[in-house]
Design a protein around this ligand. Structure first.
Ligand code: G3P
Ligand code: MG
Length: 251
């Protein structure tokens, strides 16, 4: 998918989550309508090993339920309301599975699947690789993770599908940004806005990698990043991003 994206690519972070509850089908469909080039979503396994699209370790913040995702089976997760915590207008919205996202928007937009598992990633990567293959999505997906082990695992399962290494700025990201990062097979570097500096962008480009920046919601930041030559960015507001990118191109 990486090679097919325009520059700068607009990637809807958890969908168009400035307008709809994050990581829901509504947010993903809205991202398509707002002409994002791709969506980003987060995946984890339920207690009974279904691939669930949700960011936090628990359902507490985004739904009307409580508990760890890893303790809850799919049936229970599907009974939760994932819309009204955001806005009453979205009451009844469900937590989607990765398969449901592929079936709903998989042919309309590219998808960045962020593998959230930190400790036990093997089962997650195996399930995700199977889901991608079953839905014929290998050429429409970009994997990413803060967990280098998850990227190494998925590279073995789906070597042709590109991978992005997510890194923090500051001391937390030092390992990933230096030689250790080189051991992880990745075609793009996903850095946060604070860490987006010319030398880092240039070095990644010299190494043949794309640079994607998270999370970018202000026109002034978009302008700065375009000047740095970044390849794309994650945003909660694809509509604003599309308008801003069009204005920059018209100058
Ligand atoms: O992939 C970019 C961004 O989503 C990484 O951080 O915490 O929003 O998943 P987070
Ligand atoms: Mg994410």
């Amino acid at each position: 998918m990486l090679k097919k994206l325009p520059k700068p690519a607009i990637i809807a972070h958890r969908g168009a989550c400035a307008y709809a509850p994050e990581n829901t089908l509504s947010a993903f469909e809205l991202a398509v309508q707002q002409q994002a080039d791709a969506i980003e979503l987060d995946v984890q396994l339920s207690a009974d090993d279904h691939i669930i699209v949700i960011h936090d370790k628990t359902v507490n913040r985004t739904t009307d339920g409580e508990g760890l995702i890893s303790n809850l089976p799919l049936k229970t997760l599907k009974e939760l309301d994932a819309g009204s915590a955001y806005d009453d207008a979205f009451r009844g919205e469900k937590i989607p599975t990765l398969a449901e996202v592929f079936e709903t928007v998989g042919k309309k937009i590219f998808i960045n699947v962020e593998l959230k598992s930190l400790l036990t990633s093997k089962k997650l990567t195996e399930k995700v690789a199977k889901c991608v293959r079953d839905h014929n999505m290998a050429s429409r997906v970009l994997f990413s993770s803060f967990n280098p082990i998850a990227l190494i695992q998925i590279a073995k399962l789906l070597p042709q599908t590109p991978r992005g290494l997510l890194v923090y700025s500051g001391p937390l990201g030092v390992l990933a940004r230096t030689r250790f990062g080189e051991l992880v097979p990745h075609q793009s570097l996903h850095i946060n806005l604070q860490g987006a500096k010319q030398d880092l962008v240039d070095r990644a480009h010299r190494q043949g990698r794309s640079v994607l920046v998270y999370t970018v919601n202000h026109p002034a930041d978009i302008q700065r990043l375009v000047k740095l030559g970044i390849d794309g960015f994650f945003t909660n507001d694809p509509h604003l991003a599309r308008t801003t990118v069009a204005k920059i191109a018209a100058k």
